[in-house]
Structures are given as C-alpha cells and as structure tokens.
Unconditional design. Structure first.
Length: 184
C-alpha cells in the first residue's frame, strides 16, 4: 500500500504481497544498521523474527525500494504477557504470539530516523483504534519499564479505562501513567 512516499507492507492489516524471504532479508538488513539490534546473534532469528513473519505481525516500510522501518507486535493473553515480562526475550513460546487481546509492540527498528513519520503510520493507519504497550527500549540501562500508547482514534479517557481494565500481569513501572505518548 502506498501512503505518501512510503511503500507500507503489513499483510495481516493492510495487505501486501512480499515473500517471507524478502521480508526476512529487509528486517535483518535493518537490524544490521541498528545500534540496538546489530549484535543480536543469528541463532535467535528462528525464535525472535521468524514467528513474527509467519504470523504476519509486522509492518515493513520502504521508500524507493529501500527498507526504512520495521515494527512487529504480539497479541498476548495474561499468562503469555507474564512470561514475556519475566523471561528472556528469546523465550517467547510459539503459541504466545497470537494468544490473547493484549497488544504488545515487540520490536521497532528505524535506524535511519523518520521515527515521527513512522509513529504516525502506527497510530493513524496500523492501530488507530487500539491501546498497546511496549517494553522501554533502554530498559537494560534504566531498568525494565512498560510504555503505554494509543491509536489516534482512542481518547485519553478511553486509554485510561483500557489500562484499568487490562492491568499488567507483572508489577512494573508504566509510562506515561496518565496520558498518551508517541512511539519512542
């Protein structure tokens, strides 16, 4: 799907016809250019990246055939969320990726900038009617914490009500606690 100057591929939500191999190649290429991802060992790909592609829980954004951005997500139930928040990232079970109604951003890779434009794609186009969470991207340095987000069609009041109805299954600091926020 073409959105402005971006070629947006999110097969489960927006459609798209790229092969799994092409998506894997683009995602790994972006990982190699990301300071937060380049040191991931290759042996983690079958556990960390391939399930995302298999379940089509990703959005790949390109411009002029060059990958710019990759975001992935999981739909977790309470138990899967608890495992995700207390275990190593590589330990996500195959059955957990689409096990419930709690939307979690798994990974967000934008090594070339344009994060504001990508955030708008996520909140306006991909998940405009959803509340969702992610682990803080600098948790190893500043402590594990959970970031809360909302789509553009979700009011602040609705987002607060959603968080009250879907409390974290593990006690961790949440940010922001009282308002919406764009993706990091």
């Amino acid at each position: 799907m073409q959105i402005g100057t971006y070629d947006v591929h999110a097969p489960l939500i927006l459609g798209g016809d790229r092969s799994e191999a092409e998506v894997l190649g683009a995602a790994v290429w972006l990982w190699m250019h990301s300071s937060q991802h380049r040191d991931f060992p290759l042996y983690t790909l079958p556990t960390v990246l391939l399930p995302i592609i298999k379940h089509q829980h990703y959005m790949l954004v390109s411009r002029d055939a060059n990958p710019l951005f990759f975001i992935s997500w999981m739909w977790l139930n309470d138990q899967a969320e608890q495992r995700y928040l207390t275990s190593a990232e590589v330990q996500i079970r195959e059955g957990d990726w689409a096990s419930g109604n709690r939307l979690w951003i798994r990974d967000c890779i934008a090594p070339f900038g344009e994060i504001r434009a990508m955030s708008r794609l996520v909140t306006e186009t991909l998940f405009p009617e959803h509340c969702f969470r992610s682990l803080y991207h600098r948790g190893a340095q500043r402590g594990k914490r959970v970031m809360n987000f909302k789509g553009d069609q979700v009011s602040h009041q609705q987002a607060r009500a959603w968080r009250m109805a879907h409390p974290l299954s593990v006690s961790l600091p949440e940010y922001p606690q009282d308002r919406s926020r764009m993706l990091p």
